[in-house]
Design a protein around this ligand. Structure first.
Ligand code: BGC
Length: 748
């Protein structure tokens, strides 16, 4: 036994780590606390600081490797976590170094951006949010955790819970859209899906709620830009999804890159200490975003990197992702008495606690098992689940009797994304394969149509000016019954650092649609879109007969989309984010405030009202919008009472009938409007939704329950309800007028 293995053995018998047997949370907490503290009593300050440092592995042709400098840190026992390294083999190799070659043998934590799948890629998060199918989203996170954990990963940098109200911002593709209620539900689904019911199991991973906070409100939609917002917007809109994640048990948080009201998030003790820890009782760990600690200097908030490290650790940031500031300066800061050593102890304790909860001290290699990796990756059932999710995420934006397609029709299948297998899995596709594994739309359609019924040509590129393919596209279109176009953005036009000032379909794609409309005027044009943000589709809306928004639908996307095109799955998705008429309307979202001069419906262009002189206020497609091949008739909305007290439950009932020709799912939405508040309330707020299934001709009574909790808002001091009148509606989108109301009586 060499010196290190000996220390490792001593350490483990001393700590008697056995995480699987704990029976209750308090006991687990006490046990964990004691064991972590006893481990820490053996650690030098350098080793403790080591736990607060995370570096990325680099790629080479054979797989991920670690740069030699990081390897030295690792061997010296001065590295707590790594990311961008995966596979059972590689993680085991690195873990072995941590466990067998360092003085105390503390296992590494492996993190990665497992955002919408690991290998089996699900629709991008904004797309999956459009399914409004909370169980399905949870299932996708569970599958991602199964796959990621089988490749040695312990921790995902997800879910991303930023509210996205600006389609210019490329990162709207990663979020759940513009709405607080929907994002809250999705936040819980991801956290529960990734973490499962027991973190010590080998197939569960830590989640990380990011980016705390306000990142989605970056000015002008430009990534990393400044954010200014008042307490009303912060508390009522941007914070709640993070609170939902804490309540669901999220084990970690990531800082945002932006400043919030003059204080960069990564140095912001108001949000991390006062709100996250003191108010919400969060006791997991906080990681900085990539190099965000030393960016405090560039923000003009820290004098130098040493000062940046001081600010960040004081603000409650436990783990330094990539900046190197903790590595270089934490010890010096203690020696110069600029920070109390307890700050380092706290950070180290939180990170070790997470490792303990994962069972890494019990068996550091439990996640890195080749056999499990082989059995888990791309399981048929996962690919099948991804197909369903893709179908459930497709939003039918318009349909003038052009869809579904029939198997007897001949289609001209045109567009740069028809055969694409690279972009279809979207941005942040983790370890997803861009070289052939994904099912293209072409393959999906081919599974329904004979070769002779598909007349394919690319027509144009995604983002060049080349029109040389137009001629062939037009000639094929003339021979077909219908024209089916697959167009959109490429995957790196959304995601991080991908803000756009022009949110139209790029390149000459729209010009191709125009040419087809002109040259082949009597044939229906169906536009299938892939994109990571709401686009300005005003022109396409008038040029086409149907538009199906598929987002980037993932590894099985081609099959899922074809299921919708041919009516195997009747589209049910609803927009989680507003589609504007033009970039000039941005930011545009449904739950706005009324203003003192709102427009009147019968005269929207009236002078001196809150309107534009060159555009309607209304969006092209509102939040909650999405068509089906069938029709759902909503009637008899009734309330159990028109007055409730704060401890009552209001039942809201609606009758929904499938009056069309197809069976289908409908997402039924409930909205309220708190008419008067000590802080003005939005004109509409989503407060409930249900996904129901109705056979054609079938009728169902759907019931929603509203309690005092649902009516609360932050009034500047606290979350409360205020007595008064509320309007209430049940609808198939946010585009409706309230007809019902009730009164909330306090002390009733
Ligand atoms: C992103 C994070 C991501 C991190 C690690 C950053 O640039 O903002 O969302 O988790 O990189 O890849």
């Amino acid at each position: 036994m060499n010196k290190h293995t000996f220390t490792f053995a001593i350490l483990f018998s001393f700590l008697i780590f056995s995480c699987a047997k704990n029976t209750n949370t308090n006991q687990l907490n006490n046990d964990t606390y004691t064991k972590v503290n006893s481990l820490m009593s053996l650690m030098t300050i350098k080793e403790k600081i080591g736990q607060t440092i995370m570096y990325s592995g680099d790629w080479d042709v054979t797989g991920p490797v670690v740069s030699s400098n990081n390897m030295k840190l690792l061997r010296d026992g001065n590295l707590g976590a790594m990311f961008n390294v995966y596979s059972a083999k590689k993680t085991k190799e690195l873990q072995k170094i941590a466990v067998e070659e360092t003085r105390l043998g503390i296992p590494l934590l492996f993190g990665y951006d497992v955002i919408h799948g690991f290998k089996t890629i699900f629709p991008i998060n904004l797309g999956h949010a459009a399914s409004w199918d909370i169980e399905d989203i949870k299932k996708s996170a569970r599958i991602a955790a199964e796959e990621a954990s089988s490749e040695g990963l312990h921790w995902t940098f997800a879910p991303m819970l930023d509210i996205g109200r600006d389609p210019r911002w490329g990162r709207v593709s990663e979020c759940a859209g513009e709405d607080v209620f929907l994002t809250n539900e999705i936040a819980k689904a991801y956290v529960n899906g990734f973490q499962g019911d027991d973190l010590s199991k080998h197939n569960t991973i830590l989640s990380c709620a990011k980016h705390f906070v306000g990142y989605g409100a970056a000015q002008a939609g430009r990534d990393y830009n400044t954010v200014n917002m008042g307490e009303d917007e912060l508390r009522n809109v941007y914070l709640p999804p993070f609170k939902a994640a804490v309540d669901a048990g999220a084990e970690s948080f990531m800082t945002a890159f932006n400043e919030l009201n003059g204080v960069p998030a990564t140095g912001n003790s108001y949000i991390f200490r006062d709100i996250l820890r003191d108010e919400w009782g969060f006791n997991g760990f906080v990681v900085s975003d990539y190099t965000a600690i030393n960016e405090l200097v560039t923000h003009g908030f820290a004098e130098d990197e040493m000062n940046a490290a001081e600010i960040a650790i004081k603000a409650g940031i436990d783990l330094d992702m990539m900046s190197g500031a903790y590595k270089s300066y934490l010890e010096k800061l203690v020696n110069e008495e600029k920070i109390n050593v307890d700050l380092i102890n706290d950070a180290c304790r939180r990170i070790l606690t997470a490792k303990y909860k994962l069972g890494l001290f019990d068996d550091p290699y439990r996640y890195s098992v080749n056999a499990r990796e082989r059995e888990t990756i791309y399981k048929t059932e996962y690919l099948e689940a991804a197909r369903k999710s893709a179908a459930m995420s497709c939003v039918l934006l318009k349909n003038d009797d052009a869809l579904p397609l029939s198997k007897k029709e001949t289609i001209a299948l045109i567009g740069p994304l028809v055969k694409d297998k690279e972009n279809i899995i979207g941005n942040w596709a983790a370890a997803g394969d861009r070289n052939g594994k994904a099912i293209s739309i072409y393959q999906g359609i081919k599974s329904y149509l004979n070769d002779t019924n598909i007349l394919y040509t690319k027509g144009c590129d995604i983002n060049t000016n080349n029109k040389s393919g137009f001629k062939k596209a037009i000639s094929l279109a003339k021979k077909a019954d219908k024209i089916v176009l697959v167009m959109g953005e490429n995957y790196h036009m959304s995601g991080e650092a991908a803000s756009r000032t022009n949110i139209k379909i790029p390149g000459v794609q729209t010009q191709l649609i125009k040419a087809l409309r002109k040259e082949v005027p009597n044939k229906q044009i169906i536009l299938i879109l892939m994109n990571g943000r709401p686009l300005d589709l005003s022109e396409e809306d008038s040029l086409t007969d149907a538009i199906l928004e598929t987002w980037f639908p993932g590894t099985s996307g081609g099959y899922g989309v074809a299921d919708v095109l041919f009516g195997k799955y009747n589209p049910s998705a609803k927009l989680p984010i507003t589609f504007p008429r033009s970039v000039g309307q941005i930011p545009i979202y449904y739950n706005v405030k009324n203003t003192g001069r709102p427009i009147t419906l019968d005269n929207p262009k009236e002078d001196y009202k809150s309107n534009y002189i060159d555009s309607p206020n209304t969006p092209l497609y509102p939040f909650g919008h999405g068509l089906s091949y069938t029709n759902f008739d909503y009637s008899d909305i009734t309330l159990s009472s028109n007055k409730i007290g704060t401890s009552d439950t209001l039942s809201v009932l609606v009758n929904i009938k499938n009056t069309g020709n197809y069976d289908g799912h409908e997402i039924v939405q409930l909205y309220i409007h708190d008419k008067v508040g000590s802080i003005t309330r939005p004109v509409k707020e989503l407060k409930g939704f249900k996904k129901i299934f109705l056979k054609k001709g079938e009728n169902k009574r759907v019931v929603f329950k509203i309690t005092n909790e649902d009516l609360k808002f932050f009034n500047g001091y606290e979350f409360l309800t205020e007595a008064g009148e509320f309007e209430i509606a049940i609808s198939n989108s946010s585009d409706f007028h309230f007809k019902k109301k009730f009164e909330l009586k306090v002390n009733y």
